[in-house]
Design a binder for this molecule. Structure first.
Ligand SMILES: C[S@@+](CC[C@H](N)C(=O)[O-])C[C@H]1O[C@@H](n2cnc3c(N)ncnc32)[C@H](O)[C@@H]1O
Length: 204
């Protein structure tokens, strides 16, 4: 099911996304309060031994200290991914070119997608893949704030309010076959903390 129109998927800069992420950026893409809040949320959802897929990742993953079984990273910049000391393995793939994940069915317990969903032109297909690779009692966590690279964010995101973005993310998860079990919207003095949690539709 399509959530976005063709116009809504457009980016101002339609050149190859890989070129934009060609050089590593060893920065964080939200303030410390956001990153700590995300770690707290992950900590609530994760258990020792969990298998984690960190989609659209970089050199930091905001993961809690939990003793995870393994963490698979993904992103567009190999240097950033190689510098991430939580990853057991990682791969580079442009999700706007190829939405098929090289992971098996039910291969992970938690899918993380932090501060990046605004760059997806085909989020429905990506969420469908998140659902496929997720184990029955697992969770997908999509988090975001009000920051973005405007050239690379899709039009539907750029023109939306934070409340509308929260609705968009929930629609993406549902379009992928997931059930939205939690939505967080915390506005304050720091970077706003927004997240949605999706679970496999078969068990929730
Ligand atoms: C703002 S950073 C967030 C990185 C990390 N998740 C974090 O929390 O710091 C956005 C990430 O999205 C990834 N990304 C952007 N466009 C992408 C695309 N077309 N396909 C796959 N990944 C993409 C890049 O690798 C980049 O690291």
């Amino acid at each position: 099911m399509d959530v976005l129109s063709a116009a809504g998927r457009q980016k101002r800069d339609d050149r190859d996304d890989g070129d934009f992420y060609d050089r590593p950026r060893y920065v964080t893409h939200a303030d410390d309060a956001f990153c700590q809040r995300l770690t707290t949320l992950y900590d609530e959802l994760m258990a020792p031994g969990d298998r984690v897929f960190d989609a659209m990742g970089s050199w930091v993953s905001h993961l809690p200290a939990a003793d995870l079984d393994y963490v698979i990273g993904h992103g567009l910049n190999a240097d950033e991914l190689a510098a991430n000391d939580r990853y057991d393995e990682w791969f580079v793939q442009d999700f706007n070119e190829d939405q098929s994940l090289p992971l098996g069915d039910e291969a992970v317990d938690i899918v993380c997608c932090a501060l990046s969903v605004q760059y997806l032109q085909y989020p429905e297909a990506i969420c469908s893949e998140f659902d496929r690779v997720l184990d029955d009692d697992g969770a997908v966590v999509v988090s975001f704030t009000n920051r973005m690279f405007p050239r690379k964010a899709i039009r539907a995101w750029r023109s939306a309010s934070m409340a509308e973005r929260s609705d968009l993310v929930a629609s993406y998860l549902r379009a992928g076959g997931l059930t939205v079990t939690d939505r967080i919207a915390e506005d304050g003095a720091t970077d706003p903390f927004y997240a949605a949690v999706g679970r496999s539709g078969t068990t929730h």
